[in-house]
Write a protein that binds this ligand. Sequence first.
Ligand code: PLP
Length: 421
Amino acid sequence: MDHFELRNGELHAEDVSLAEIARQVGTPVYVYSRATLVRHAQVFREALSALPKVHIAFAVKSNPNLAVLRLLAKEGYGADVVSEGEMNRALAAGIAAQDIVFSGVGKTRAELKAAVQAGIGQFNLESEEEGAELAEIAAAMGRTAPCALRVNPNVDAGTHAKISTGKAENKFGVAYDRAVDIYARLAALPGLEMRGLAVHIGSQISDLEPSRQAFLKMGELMKALRGRGLAVTHMDLGGGLGVPYKAGEQLPTPADYGAMVAEVAGDWDATLMFEPGRVITGNSGVLVTEVVRVKQGANHPWVIVDAAMNDLARPAMYDAWHDFVAVRPSGESMIANIVGPICESSDTFALTRTIDAVKAGDLAVFRTAGAYGATMANTYNSRALVPEVMVDGDKWALVANRIEPATILAAEQVPEWLDLP
Ligand code: PLP
């Protein structure tokens, strides 16, 4: 459920007209609904309420906007970060270092050091080599780093290949068969406190069975470690729960997910950790865009909008679907191809799609754009970096400025040996 609805024939975010935001901020612009974010955060937490010890670390990568992070901090969420930049955002938003999990396959030495310094709550180690390096860094600083070992369970999440992370051929985690020995060796190192295991098999997961299989495998590993006298107090089950991108699409709900986790892991006697991203932010945001023009096509008209693949990369990267609806629908529909202005054929949002009829100057939105939207934006084709707005009832605020091409140009310089004669 979200709070983007038609009121008097015009699409609103909560009580605010999207046309009014577009008039004041310009387009393209991301708009987030505070009420939707809060609801998703609470629904996810409630879905896990049968479990005795739970820590929820929001996957910052899905939407790192400072206002979004602050809102989730207020909801009691920790953060799952994958870079020093994300860590600093989470800290700046008021999330306690203790509640931050540091994931990622390529944490640099400098990042590990900064995270130890900050007192990060858990490092999810992706290799024995990383563990050895962290042990050395932490010991030299007179500190002990709390760690989980990320395991690759070799389970196919059944999602898009580019967001699948738990198959043996993916770069993430250590091989399942080697995990017990690696854990034992790392647990013996000064500077590390090995406290658990972590797993994350992919994103936009639409079938709970692969996750169930992965969690069962993790439970077996946990028992094997405990059988060798090793402490396992934390089990991080990652994120990945999918969201409906198409109106009417049925996916497992957070409650279904919570019931599955309770069935598999309810008696593990460990703190269960979760790293949801998309399920919190996905349907909490839309990308508002204006139709630049409609051009005749071979089969269908090209609806050319002022948002492009640099603003919303998912369709170009993952062939992802985003519903496209007019801000002031006329009731008429058309079959069209929707594209942006970038000079790439991959700058295509939809082909042969039945949409609300639109013409030049009309406003429309791409729905379910709150996750992996603005965070992946870039300035390709010397376009502006897209701004972000948050709505709260009848209030709204700009939560990220549009960064103009001139600002980016001003950060570049030409060496004097390229001076023109
Ligand atoms: N945790 C890890 C380690 C991830 O790589 C990701 C994203 O792929 C997430 C959590 C969040 O996934 P999602 O946004 O699908 O919940």
